[in-house]
Design a protein around this ligand. Structure first.
Ligand code: MIG
Length: 695
């Protein structure tokens, strides 16, 4: 018999505690100090004890939608698929995949009166959401210890937005990046040295393409040794960082967790000496092969190891770095020495025994990366000193790494906002960092994935996120690049990144016409920053998803998964299909102003009534909508955020009665806004019989 207790929290949360759950840190409320009362059942679901854990069964009505889960492949409405929340480095995001880099066990279920469910558990959770049986959700957890949060109001109807807000009250307010993070960002695996980065920066200014950040992928390091800079490539890194910052560019180096095993390498020596690396069950150091060759993985579960990692980050902060991207933190393991030895054994055996099918070797090689057995044998030390297998708290690794780095920023740049992207994430990451969605491909299908993940990630509190624009793997066509950049106008993180060996993706890597259109598109993004930033900051304070399904705001006759609200005034409807010169859109409830932007200040606008419409959108046009009685605010685009003071704001409004917008501005760099240091400008436009009044 498992122990089940319950309590009430916040406005409409019920916490069901099964056994003695591991303290994941996902929840910011002090739930351990609460008095629980015994419970016989979890309201609205069946709890079953299995041989190796528990199962929760929930029935679905035909019209129920299921939203959430943060970063997964597949539809926005999660119904009809199986998911496995176990963070993994899987670079091929095909529809069959059940897990990616993040784990966000939070779903909202329903249609007219939805309720929410969040599971606080640090390792594998399997969800069969109407896959085996269309009308049943079955969730299995391989443990007898977990916290189940139910968000369900008694006596009144909740909206999806209410539930997200309650979830964020529970897990913490979303991470807010510095304002420059709303600019365009350029990346590539890799810009290897100071010279190539300087040329890149110069080219942006020469081409008159705004840009705020340049990424440094793994090749900046000396032999992939984390926290080193190859000084042959960067003779004076601090001076280089400073010079770029003067020109309006932030440099963002990548940080991988694996520490190269090499005598004399200080990070390795110190980590080993202080016992900060993960071990095997018997306490010997665990070896994982990643980019540097054989490495040890830092034990981020240990708070002292986290502080140590933070102190290493300081080396970069002292050289002017204000942002990092954290890669490989699922954690990713290419192979272990033991697994490789087994490959060699098989190869020798095959030499002697031609009967062994070649497929055996093929299978073995295919299963080499991130084999589940590695995470069983990888061990951490909990704060109480006990050894625990990574498999039991697997999903926390990336989030704990991000926390270590965030703490270093907060300690060393007190009061200043930092920029932090993590690839892996779990509940709780949303308050310390942002994510990019990993290794997508230059496929049209992945634009649609990008759109859906924007919304699902916003539901879990990761408001600031984005995919590699243009696609990471494979070669991009100019058309796909351009359409994706048009989507990028409405992605909080607007970063063009591509893999080693693929076609170049910088804006000038294509023909002249594509270059011109990309420039216009990026400038449109910059012109909209006053609007985007005002809305983002408001949503972050209100705990309302910045990007959300149209169904969250309106009654829709049917669901649309490829349009989204971007704040309150704007609805994006990106083109995500090849050879399209337009698309169908669904305009819910009110009339909408169709904006067809050629450049930031050359738009055709027309009002459309509610319903389904086909809209024209040639390749050189970014199309989006302004809601009836709403305002969008624009400024002249700059070469980078904060280049000049904003002197003139332009309003594009669609007013049949009264429209309001609150323009928001702060220093963009500190947390002083939390102390009230910001200014707002309330803009109101009234239409009285065709006469417009502005105040
Ligand atoms: O094994 O650092 O998702 O953005 O360019 C690949 C090289 C490692 C994966 C990241 C990608 C990055 C790449 N990394």
């Amino acid at each position: 018999m498992i122990s089940l207790r319950k309590t009430r929290l916040l406005n409409f949360t019920q916490l069901y505690r099964i056994g003695q759950p591991y303290k994941t840190g996902a929840v910011v409320l002090p739930v351990d100090e609460i008095n629980f009362t015994p419970s016989a059942a979890i309201e609205g679901m069946t709890l079953t004890t299995l041989d190796s854990g528990i199962a929760l069964t929930i029935s679905l009505s035909p019209q129920d939608r299921v939203y959430g889960l943060g970063q997964t492949v597949g539809p926005l409405n999660k119904r009809g698929k199986k998911y496995r929340l176990y963070t993994t480095d899987d670079p091929v995001h095909t529809p069959d995949k059940e897990n990616l880099y993040g784990s966000h066990p939070f779903v909202m279920i329903g249609s007219k009166s939805p309720y929410g469910l969040s599971i606080d558990y640090p390792a594998e959770i399997c969800l069969d959401i109407g896959f085996t049986d269309h009308n049943v959700i079955e969730i299995t957890i391989p443990s007898y210890d977990a916290d189940i949060y139910l968000f369900r109001a008694q006596g009144h109807t909740l909206t999806f937005k209410d539930i997200v807000k309650e979830f964020l009250l529970l897990t913490g307010a979303p991470y807010v990046p510095p304002k420059w993070a709303f600019g365009y960002q350029q990346s590539r695996w890799s810009y290897p040295d100071a010279r190539s980065i300087a040329q890149l920066a110069e080219r942006f200014r020469k081409e008159d393409i705004p840009c705020d950040a340049i990424y440094m992928d793994i090749d900046y390091m000396d032999n992939f040794k984390v926290f080193t800079v190859d000084y042959n490539k960067f003779p004076d890194f601090a001076a280089f960082t400073g010079k770029l910052k003067q020109d309006g560019f932030r440099l963002i180096p990548i940080i991988d967790p694996g520490v190269k095993i090499q005598d004399g390498y200080d990070v390795y020596e110190e980590g080993k000496h202080k016992g900060f690396f993960c071990t095997t069950k018997d306490g010997s150091l665990f070896q994982a092969a990643v980019w540097p060759g054989l490495t040890h993985l830092p034990d981020f579960v240990n708070p002292d190891a986290r502080r140590w990692w933070g102190s290493l980050c300081k080396r970069f902060l002292d050289m002017g770095i204000e942002g990092f991207w954290l890669d490989m933190n699922e954690p990713s393991i290419f192979y272990t020495p033991e697994a490789m030895a087994a490959v060699f054994d098989l190869v020798s055996e095959m030499r002697n025994n031609p009967e062994i099918p070649k497929r055996c070797l093929q299978d073995m090689l295919n299963n080499l990366s991130n084999h589940r057995s590695y995470f069983h044998s990888l061990h951490h030390r909990t704060p109480s000193g006990a050894r625990i297998s990574n498999d039991k708290l697997h999903n926390l690794y990336g989030t704990l790494m991000a926390e270590a780095v965030a703490d270093a920023f907060m300690e060393n740049m007190p009061g200043r906002r930092y920029f932090l992207l993590s690839r892996s994430s779990s509940a709780g990451l949303a308050r310390t960092a942002a994510i990019w969605t990993g290794d997508n491909m230059s496929w049209w299908e992945h634009m649609l994935s990008n759109i859906r993940m924007l919304m699902s990630l916003n539901m879990t509190g990761i408001f600031y996120n984005g995919a590699d624009i243009g696609g990471f793997g494979c070669d991009v066509s100019p058309e796909l690049m351009l359409r994706w950049m048009q989507l990028g106008v409405f992605c909080p993180l607007c970063r063009n990144h591509s893999a080693f060996g693929t076609r170049r993706q910088e804006p000038w890597a294509f023909d002249a016409q594509t270059l011109n259109c990309l420039r216009d598109t990026i400038k449109l993004r910059y012109a909209l920053i006053p609007c985007s930033y005002s809305e983002f900051m408001r949503c972050a304070a209100d705990l309302t998803p910045f990007i959300r399904p149209v169904m969250f705001d309106f009654d829709c006759p049917f669901d649309v998964e490829d349009q989204f609200m971007y704040g309150d005034s704007i609805m994006a409807a990106p083109i995500h299909q090849p050879n399209a010169t337009g698309r169908y859109v669904m305009l819910p409830q009110s009339s909408w102003l169709l904006c067809q932007a050629l450049t930031h200040d050359n738009w055709a606008v027309s009002a459309l009534p509610p319903g389904v419409h086909y809209i024209e959108c040639p390749l050189n046009t970014t199309a989006f909508f302004i809601k009836e009685n709403s305002i969008a605010i624009l400024s002249e685009p700059m070469s980078y955020v904060g280049q000049r003071e904003i002197e003139t704001l332009r309003a594009v409004a669609f007013v049949t009665q009264t429209a309001r917008f609150t323009y928001y501005e702060d220093d963009g760099l500190t947390y002083d806004y939390k102390k009230g240091v910001y200014c707002t400008l309330r803009i109101e436009i009234t239409n009285t019989n065709g006469q417009y009044y502005i105040k």
